[in-house]
Structure formats: C-alpha cells, structure tokens
Write a protein that binds this ligand. Structure first.
Ligand SMILES: [Zn+2]
Length: 113
C-alpha cells in the first residue's frame, strides 16, 4: 500500500467534496432568489428541491467523515483493512471508494441491517 499516494487521493477527494459543499450552499441561495423573483417554481417543487439538496449535502458530509477516518487509519497502519472483520479490502473497491473502511460483504451487512 502506497501511503503517500493514498493520502493524496483522499486529500484531493476531501477538497473536491468540500468544494461541492460550498457550491451547493450558494446554489440553494440562487434557487430561493430566483423563486422570489420569477415565481415560476411552485412551493412543492422548491421544497422537493430543498430536500434533495439536503440529502446530497448529508451524503457529502458522511463521506467527509469517512475520509477523515481513512486518513487517520493510514497513520495507524490500518488502512485497507476492514474495520469490522479485519480482512483486506479489495484494491478495486478502494479505487472506486478510497474512503472505504469496510469490505464489501461487511458493508452490505451494515446497509441491510
Ligand atoms: Zn469485512
């Protein structure tokens, strides 16, 4: 495991997610402003948009928490090992989701719980 490379990947990912959060925050303001000005968006649409926006912001925040955990696990040498069963997490999984803290089967168990 190339710790330096992994740290950089995770740090870059973290930065781009933080950018997304910031952009998202200003994006929601734009929606509200346009709604007041034009009045084309119905209240329901606006509420739905807001809910979707909140959900995606929450997802980003969750990923950021995982990334911080992953960065700490690099320091402690636990990175790449499932925090639940201790098995190695597959390289292909880490490539797609470098912030993964669990192997696929443990993750599925958690999600289906
Ligand atoms: Zn596992």
């Amino acid at each position: 495991m190339d710790n330096k490379k992994t740290t950089r990947i995770l740090t870059d990912l973290k930065q781009s997610l933080l950018d997304d959060l910031e952009r998202g925050a200003s994006g929601s303001e734009t929606v509200t402003l346009e709604q007041n000005k034009v009045g084309r968006i119905s209240r329901m649409d606006a509420l739905q948009q807001q809910a979707m926006h909140k959900a995606s912001q929450n997802l980003i925040r969750k990923r950021l928490v995982l990334i911080d955990k992953a960065l700490r696990s690099i320091q402690s040498g636990d990175y790449g090992y499932c925090e639940s069963c201790g098995n190695e997490i597959s390289a292909s999984r880490l490539q797609v989701r470098p912030e993964s803290l669990m192997c696929v089967s443990c993750q599925e168990q958690v999600e289906n719980r």
